[in-house]
Design a protein around this ligand. Sequence first.
Ligand code: IMP
Ligand code: MG
Length: 177
Amino acid sequence: MRIAAMNKILDEAQIARRLDELAAELDELYRGRPLVVICVLKGGIMFFADLVRRLNCQPELDFVRLSSYGDGTSPQAKIVLTKDVELSLRGKHVLVVEDIMDTGHSMEFLLRHLASKGAESIRLAVLVDKQERREVAVRPDIVGFSVPSGFLIGYGLDYAEQYRELPAVYELIPTEE
Ligand code: IMP
Ligand code: MG
């Protein structure tokens, strides 16, 4: 893909305001309950870091890493877990924090993997719910923003491992060829 333009679709202030709202909801939901917040590396890092800093419910933090082969704009079917959680989830509530849900295969795979670990509940939070290409029945419980389609970068989201560091979210506009 050759990039013709980058259109900012979520700025820093918008993201911050939405995270304040989500953190308030999550504190309400998990107050007084044992909670493990799991970051899905690498894309979830910004959303996770900014969200957990707003929580007052004293969660434990852990990380998983999923890899899907290929680094282009179309997600591949082959998904592998290259790093598992290290904390025990038994009897605890779990919140998975992911950057974006597209076809949904990655999150279906991860939730199925985590389901065998004895958690009291498992919920999924995604910064962006991109709904048009959804191929599975899994639905995120907590959604930052919904978009129908488009390839997004920034705030953890990459194109070929670049642009994750940008503080805002942009849509990549490819050149027409
Ligand atoms: P899935 O299709 O829901 O399994 O999404 C697989 C993965 O593809 C996501 O976790 C992201 O890492 C990546 N992905 C999907 N859509 C985008 C996008 O618009 N920008 C950057 N990465 C994306
Ligand atoms: Mg991801």
